[in-house]
Design a protein around this ligand. Sequence first.
Ligand code: GLP
Length: 262
Amino acid sequence: MRVIIRKTYEEISKEAANLVKSRIEKKPDLVLGLATGSTPLGLYKELIRMNKENLISFKRVKTFNLDEYYGLSGDHPQSYRYFMNTNLFDHIDIDKSNTMVPDGTAEDWEEFCRYYENQIKKAGGIDLQVLGIGSDGHIAFNEPGSSLSSRTRLVALDAQTIEDNSRFFQDKSQVPRFALSMGVGTILEAKEIILVANGKNKAYAIAQAIEGPVTSLISASALQMHQRVTFFLDEQAASELKRVNYYKFVEEAEKKIGKEIF
Ligand code: GLP
């Protein structure tokens, strides 16, 4: 695992965007997994800038989002489809028909989840998955206790997640109680993963994910089982890590050999 720590949110957003850019340069038809939440907004802003300045193109890129609130249609301002359109897709040269977000209105959600997994397979699998992390250590909507081999499915949201996400709704009662979410097993099949986290309220989750035991109670800890993961953390999110000196040492070593060390 690579752990990149920088002072500010702006710096980690830029570094994460540079990694995405380098992967698109290598593979212009990259299959990109995307996340919602406030964390990736800086990264998306940077990708938009790079696209506007003709430094990268999304013309051949295909995207799959991690999750969607169950019960919200794509035109609901709090739906993750709406979020992706307004914060990224509407501002870059991507073909919208190449952007996939789980359908929160699918009546037969079991059938839809199978279809979504199949679409990922048909695309050749996800090349690079972008993740945020919940304050309780969840990735996508894989709440504590989610099986580490879970697949795309209907998830009941945890009280903590409803509380955390209520800031986006008029009041807590409006936060959907269910979501469709890629599973931990689905996410682990991505060929490469980056996780971005900032702020003190992520420090515990990050320390558990990187240095704690692998446990379904912190679904991000399953990333320890993956061979190509990079964490981009600001100093506050990294503040409960014990091995910061080692992560810095590895970064120096990377500079010396001019290669990423996972
Ligand atoms: C939700 C999303 C996650 C996201 C998390 C953290 O639960 N399903 O994908 O990582 O929120 O959001 P934020 O970045 O706003 O802290």
